[in-house]
Design a protein around this ligand. Sequence first.
Ligand code: BG6
Length: 481
Amino acid sequence: DYRTPLTVVILGASGDLAKKKTYPALFSLYLRSLLPENTIIYGYARSHIELDDFKKRIGSYLKGSEEKKKAFLDLCHYHSGLYDDKSAYDEFDKLIRKEEAKIQSPTSKYNRLFYMAIPPSIFIEVSKGIHGSLIENNGWSRVIVEKPFGRDLESSRVLVSELGRLFKEKDLFRIDHYLGKEMVQNLMVLRFSNAVFEPLWSKSHISNITITFKEDIGTEGRGGYFDQFGIIRDVMQNHLLQVLSLVAMEPPLSLNADDITNEKVRLLRCIQPIKLDEVVLGQYIGTQDGKQEGYLDDKGVPNDSKTPTYAAAVFHVNNPRWRGTPFILKCGKALDERKTEIRIQFKRPDNFLFQDEDISRNELVMRIQPGEAVYLKLLTKKPGLDNSIEQTELDLSYRNRFENLDLPDAYERLILDSIKGDHNLFVRDDELDVAWQIFTPLLKQIESLGCIPEKYVFGSRGPKSADELSKKFGYVRSTGY
Ligand code: BG6
């Protein structure tokens, strides 16, 4: 299939996502010679931008030699047109066909990949626009869509069925870019291929599991968008839930995409309704010195917004493997650091020898970012004459362990998979549905009760109650590490 020319169409090409993620990912694939030999990249958006200006704009986000950048930018075209005008899409299609006709296809086919880097409000409009001449070509036509896939169960179902009328499920690729991250990829390998982990992976040995997402930046001008969704919809309902399902699912029948998704869906169905008193909501305020603005100061955010920028919630998985082991999910913006990690905290061994010591728990930490790492906290005798116990760790930091580490960005992997037609790392419709079933009652409850989020200062650890929640559900903070 790599001999078949490919046209990548980026809808919303003048936006943030396209310039920060989509084009840089395509450029990396280009550098690795992973794009089909004859690839054309066509940007489409409303803004009138001269091609040279457009190239400068995306060029500033590409990392590589000037020569390679230039060669890549030579593949890029730009066309401005309306999103709600059918004839604009027909005109666009003619332009693409003209470009494609300049290339002799060895397979006589031409493939097209549509990347929707557009706001959710115009999802359906644009989908209707490309449906028709643009996707009807003699090769394959695939469509990549970005979250948010709706705001709740109802709107997500509408979106799924509208898109389902226009495109076949096999041609749709719903991105959750967390699935493309290296450490998330590594989860199945770590869990299922290691004799030292696999037998311990259950409530019998694991006391609690925490999945944390922390960002040290606020909404930074994205407040208008963010305020309609909030952190639960922005991060927890998708990225963190995906991580949870990979951590907790039963072994799939095979590595085939459907088998894996079947297990994830089965797991998600076992999650009990989330209780409001097991949830902490927060919203950040500015720092006292005025250097960092609060959420409410972000333009586009209403002064009285109750939208949470931080959330922690406890999930109970009601199945034989996990009944009794809480999963604590935490995510927030404007915190003290940028870090995403999974912490598996083990139970204290039933060992009478050290009963009296207040010792830390064994903990397996998988750091998704920054600085991918897996480390296992364990206890050792303090070296030397001293007989006390100390916590240390077996540490697999990728940067130290693997030479010439060149990890692909999540988007790079996912775009490559969509070109290959591999659905493994994309979200299936029933998976999306069950994710919304889990969160919709909670979101409705929060909104109807008008829950006021707890304030926390920009750059802090987040709301105090979140630490208390973790403690209440068994998380023991280590004493040594
Ligand atoms: C996006 C959210 O899906 O993920 C953003 O909409 C968030 O709010 C981003 O900043 C985080 O992605 P990453 O890859 O930087 O962790």
